[in-house]
Design a protein around this ligand. Sequence first.
Ligand SMILES: [Zn+2]
Ligand SMILES: [Zn+2]
Length: 351
Amino acid sequence: MFHCYGYAATSSDTPLAPFSFERRNPGPKDVQIEILYCGVCHSDLHRVRNEWGGTIYPCVPGHEMVGRVTAVGAKVTKYKVGDVAGVGVMVDSCRECANCRDGLEQFCDNGNTETYNSYDKHTGGHTLGGYSSHIVVDEHFVLRIPEGLDLAAVAPLLCAGITTYSPLRRWKVGPGQKVGIVGLGGLGHMGVKIAKALGAHVVLFTTSSSKTEDAERLGAAEVVLSTDGKAMAQQANSFDFILDTVSARHDVAAYLELLRRDGTLTQVGVPVEPQPIHAGTLVAKRRNYAGSAIGGIAETQEMLDFCAKHNIVSDVELISIDQVNEAFERMLRSDVKYRFVIDMKTLKARQ
Ligand SMILES: [Zn+2]
Ligand SMILES: [Zn+2]
């Protein structure tokens, strides 16, 4: 074991605070990474505050990491000391079930090991995430970061990037298609950029007219205020695909009405409450209603390579680790364009 430090919450109602802990020394297939940047995902906040239930304390959140390889096990073949590497939402899975064999580790039938708040089969404790100095991960779950991208702005691709890329690819978004992105936050702003790079005509739906200019800058061809009934009605029956990134309560049925025949609406945001949908809305135009969760490891690598080719990164605001509690509050007010990223150098400075 070796010594690490980070920020942890010790209960649902205490702020994140400095925390020391041990991680396993790299095993034969493990990569040890010194973390340079870690994105602040909305799910970090949900988890820290136990809003989904089941949070194990102390909780070190963070699943959007970019860092430098500082050690590798004897059987590691893909990484060497000094490489820039990334870690996302998963650090392990069974690798034997049908989904793992298909490269869809996020749907592992035996439960994948999430980067934090999962059972850690190496220690018998629970996994601890990226708001920390180092992490040790099996090389299969480590991502190669292409050269030439701003590393701080790459970090959010490991969750927000793949969460939007995977469904856009799965439903074959491309040139000649009209694609809607619902919500312009951490996920939505990546959805706009990636859908645009795939060649689609992108329409952003937002409740806030102040986001129009930004959405156009990010690549939206049209911006529709979802509170404007007339503007929404004008979009009826016209979309090939809609990616819904909103996790607050909202009227999903209103968006289903905008799909053309055989169109698909996929949710990546997860509202707490069930949402009523009349089957007639689907039946009338043979519409599809679907969901999607992050992406497999191979697809996450494909996403990073795609983003490098198209020069896509997240729009980020870099913060020091001691600003993270304030960043949570600002995230709740949607006061961030569009992802906070922690500069982990500031963690070391405090030790
Ligand atoms: Zn996330
Ligand atoms: Zn599996």
